[in-house]
Design a protein around this ligand. Structure first.
Ligand code: N01
Length: 557
């Protein structure tokens, strides 16, 4: 393989160009390389880890347990890697990504600090032609979009944003050299998961922290701590079985109070209040996200949902000393779980500190950002540092904002102008040989992303092996197959409560974005069955061609 960073050097020729060096890209490189494919991963970041490279704000970490939020493809890897905490911090997750890159000798095929300028399909040679920002051309039979769900920060659309003269930070692009908040007046805009995680840490350091909140969030204590060696040994002693339970669950995580607990098939409104309370208490004590599977009707029936919302309100209230402040911090006008549940370490208690102020910007919106701070009406809040935890152009933004052109010059932005259209979250019509991992139309977002990477990656590997056996050069989902899946996704999402809050799953957090459910809500079991059925029926819904111009470049078998 040849490659240098000049416009004149010959194009790099690959079987697969993989965009993204997060958990998706690392696995795809490993998997496709094992098939004899010549692959290269490109990432604009300076290191591997994707989400866990960029989001390095204080307090950042996963809220799925580390023993579950990790690769399962290698028994040696999952046995040898030692997590220090029940829930891994960003620091440890980044170390883990680096360990995987070294352990499987991936680094030699990963090119960091490399932005992609364009990705264009050429019918003449049936190849993707990538141009890197440095001018280097790359020609690849397959293009793997391992670009992540939450990787395109939402542009800040607050008047005067560019005027602020102090330090500006974004949680999703946190600098490697930790900013110093000592004696500083810090402002934080946003109260989603990133803010909920970082606020307690920033408050400990800052002179004063002012939080500008538009929508309060439901949050459960994470109950993090050192990983109990006995629990670790128990899980590791039955890892294949534990992983199987994860793969058969709705969310891809099953640990509740250190036991593998299946989703509860009962409905909240079918059981007595005492039984309901007991179920909620069990999961509250456990900490983390387990509420998504506590009852089957919570995401469908507002009355059922309200039982959980009330449970949360009663739990949160005593954590905040000032009752007026508690009223502002406790959500009361949208269904719980529809904005993604937050998991925190001392979030609500932080507002009891003397150096923390909450400003409700729903009642009185931000007028503008000034040179010195944030103006709300006549009041100017003077700040040294302004932190934006304002979220992402989630799921589709990373692809629609990239210059991607498929057949006939169709751009991804045009193709998805009314929302993403995919076939089972795997491919999209008009973009042959473009494989999507953990993207729109998949369960990820509601399902453990690392296990989904392995599932989708293996599914693709089987399809590609079939194509090589049969001599097919291209694969593309048909428009009809995309229609069928898009319709099915919409039907599943229609009766849910997600339409009753401004959440990123339906694009409601980004002004002007189409309001469609972008992820599959039917559960991973249904997803696996659907995609296995597609494969078992000669990959129905995919069109294959064998007009390869470059048949000589099939991978070695
Ligand atoms: O982003 P968000 P996030 N003026 O979109 C506010 C995952 N994650 O980065 O709700 C004022 O949730 C906005 O207000 P509102 C997780 O899946 C996981 O926090 O739109 N405010 C909201 O409060 C999560 O869901 C982990 O009214 C403005 C906040 O900014 C997802 O990432 C940790 C505003 C954005 O919240 C995104 O989380 C962190 C404006 N103009 C993240 N614009 C874990 O694993 C936006 N806001 C634990």
């Amino acid at each position: 393989m040849s490659e240098t960073n000049t416009k004149t050097s010959p194009a790099v020729i690959l079987d697969a160009a993989i965009i993204g060096a997060g958990f998706s890209g690392l696995y795809m490189l490993h998997r496709l390389r094992s098939m004899g494919y010549d692959c290269r991963v490109y990432d604009s970041a300076g290191g591997v880890g994707g989400t866990w490279y960029w989001n390095r704000y204080p307090g950042c970490g996963s809220d799925i347990e580390s023993l579950e939020y990790s690769y399962s493809f290698s028994e040696e890897l999952q046995q040898e890697w030692k997590w220090s905490r029940r829930y891994a911090s960003q620091v440890e997750l980044e170390q883990y990504a680096n360990h995987v890159a070294d352990r499987f000798d991936l680094r030699k095929d990963i090119q960091l600090d490399t932005r992609i300028a364009s990705v264009v399909w050429h019918d003449e040679d049936e190849r993707w032609h990538l141009t890197l920002a440095c001018g280097q051309k790359v020609i690849a039979r397959f293009c793997v979009m391992a670009t992540g769900l939450l990787s395109s920060p939402k542009p800040v659309n607050i008047k005067g944003y560019e005027n602020f003269k102090g330090e500006v930070l974004h949680t999703s692009r946190w600098p490697k050299d930790a900013p110093d908040f000592t004696n500083k007046r810090v402002g934080m805009i946003g109260t989603g998961s990133s803010a909920v995680q970082s606020i307690p840490f920033i408050a400990q350091e800052a002179g004063h922290l002012t939080v500008f909140q538009r929508t309060p969030n439901y949050s459960v204590p994470l109950n993090n701590g050192p990983l109990d060696p006995e629990y670790e040994a128990r899980v590791k002693g039955m890892y294949p079985e534990w992983r199987q339970k994860q793969m058969n669950s709705f969310g891809g995580y099953v640990s509740v109070n250190f036991q593998p607990v299946e989703g509860n098939p009962l409905k909240a409104m079918e059981v007595t209040p005492a039984e309901r309370e007991a179920e909620y208490e069990l999961r509250w004590k456990s900490g983390g996200l387990a509420f998504y599977t506590s009852f089957g009707d919570l995401l469908f029936d507002r009355e059922a949902n309200e039982t959980l919302a009330e449970f949360f309100r009663a739990k949160i209230r005593p954590r905040i000393k000032d009752p007026d402040l508690a009223k502002k911090l406790i959500p009361d006008d949208y269904p719980i779980l529809t904005k993604r549940l937050c998991a925190d370490t001392g979030y609500f208690e932080t507002y009891n500190r003397d150096n923390v102020t909450l400003i409700d910007v729903k009642e009185t919106p931000i007028t503008e950002i000034t040179e010195q701070g944030v103006r709300i009406g006549d009041a100017e809040h003077k700040l040294d540092t302004l932190v934006f935890a304002t979220g992402f152009d989630a799921i589709t933004g990373i692809l629609t904002n990239m210059d991607i052109r498929g057949r006939g010059g169709l751009t991804m932005k045009e193709a998805w102008s009314e929302g993403p259209r995919t076939y089972a979250g795997l491919m999209t019509n008009g973009f042959p040989n473009m494989l999507m991992i953990n993207g729109a139309g998949s369960c990820t977002g509601f399902f453990n992303p690392i296990l989904n990477v392995e599932y989708q990656g293996n599914w693709f590997a089987d399809m590609l092996a079939m194509m090589d056996r049969e001599g097919y050069s291209t694969v593309e989902s048909t428009a009809e197959a995309d229609d069928e899946w898009t319709r099915h996704m919409a039907e599943v999402a229609a009766p849910t409560l997600f339409w009753q809050s401004e959440n990123w799953f339906i694009g409601a957090n980004v002004p002007g974005k189409p309001r469609v459910m972008m992820l599959y809500l039917g559960g991973f079991g249904a997803y696996k069955q659907y995609t296995a059925d597609v494969a078992a029926h000669a990959y129905k819904g995919f069109a294959f061609s064998s007009t390869a111009v470059n048949k000589d470049h099939m991978p070695a078998k």
